[in-house]
Design a protein around this ligand. Structure first.
Ligand SMILES: [Cu+2]
Length: 155
């Protein structure tokens, strides 16, 4: 009897401890008021022992959420929708500006730097991962970081 109970507990524990996909450095791009779309970026690491895919996402800040990538079309970068973002086992996949991203289409609120956006990811094994992403300003394409002094007093 004791042994049965113990093995049940072990089973439950190991199930809860299953680390599937780790999310690092996630954020949503801040956009000026009135802009219709934005995007979310992050690093996804599949710690599961099987290949997974990110198949969809939902957000409280947008009517539609799509998975996108960028492709070169006659030297012009264009976005296009993809069905899934593949997450091979034991590998990190990077969603970043100019590459794959989670597109927020039809924003339902202003995305102001410093606030958060709820984003829920759905994976191919049926699991869901709710996230809270900070809203950050993204500098367009340059490698430099400009030094802003917001709220600096004129002295
Ligand atoms: Cu896009």
């Amino acid at each position: 009897m004791k042994r049965i109970l113990l093995s049940t507990i072990l089973l439950l524990t190991s199930h809860l401890a299953t680390a599937e996909v780790n999310v690092d450095g996630a954020y949503v791009r801040a956009v000026p008021p009135g802009q219709m779309n934005s995007a979310a970026f992050m690093q996804l690491t599949n710690n599961d022992n099987q290949n997974l895919s990110l198949i969809s996402a939902t957000s409280d800040a947008a009517k539609n959420v799509e998975l996108h990538t960028h492709t070169q079309d006659n030297g012009v970068m264009r976005m296009r929708q993809i069905k899934e973002i593949k997450l091979p086992t034991e590998q990190q996949v990077i969603l970043q500006p100019g590459g794959m991203h989670i597109m927020l289409i039809g924003l339902t609120r202003n995305l102001t730097t410093g606030e958060n956006v709820n984003l829920s990811l759905t994976f191919s094994d049926g699991s869901e991962q709710p996230l809270q992403l900070p809203i950050k300003a993204v500098m367009p394409m340059t490698g430099h970081k400009m030094k802003h002094k917001h709220g600096a007093k004129a002295e």
